[in-house]
Design a protein around this ligand. Structure first.
Ligand SMILES: [Ca+2]
Ligand SMILES: [Ca+2]
Length: 167
């Protein structure tokens, strides 16, 4: 009788999840099937392969993968004459819990008059203007008209009005 076993599912040494800013992850991949090879991608696409086992996209795993920024890791194991494993997936999110600079309400990397406009349009309920942590300019954990006043003072460089710390 002729049949093809499945290759054992590969395992990543670090599970996907949220990690704090500056974290460097060293991820090793392993597979219990003797003679297996693991292919992976880090761009969010699945490794592509033919039924023959020929791999058309993806990187052959040979050494630990160093992850320093948010990354989607997909990986699959092959071994000659066997069905490939399932494709496995880990999503590593690094540092995105503090990606906002206080005052950068529109998230474009600068704090300027367009952020004041963003606040104004949010307060009048304009579509497409969403509440976000960067809008709490005066650090009282509320987003209200006082934050607009704070930003106006910041924009005219009034002493003591500081923005740009991460929130
Ligand atoms: Ca901005
Ligand atoms: Ca506030």
């Amino acid at each position: 009788m002729r049949y093809a076993d499945d290759v054992a599912d590969p395992v990543a040494s670090v599970s996907g999840g949220t990690y704090s800013d500056g974290t460097i992850l060293t991820v090793t991949l392993s597979c219990a099937t003797p003679g297996s090879e693991i292919y992976y991608t880090t761009d969010g696409t699945a490794p592509v392969y033919r039924e023959t086992g020929e791999v058309l996209s993806g990187t052959l795993y040979t050494e630990p993968i160093i992850i320093t920024k948010s990354t989607e890791l997909l990986y699959v194991a092959f071994a000659g004459g066997m069905n490939p494993s399932d494709i496995w997936y880990e999503e590593y999110i690094i540092g995105e819990d503090n990606r906002y600079a206080r005052g950068d309400c529109n998230g474009d990397g600068d704090i300027n008059a367009s952020d004041l406009t963003y606040l104004k349009l949010y307060f009048v309920g304009r579509d497409g203007y969403y509440k976000n942590a960067a809008m709490d300019c005066n650090r009282d954990n509320r987003i209200d008209i006082a934050d607009m006043s704070y930003m106006k003072r910041y924009l005219v460089r009034k002493p003591g009005f500081v923005l740009g710390d991460t929130v």
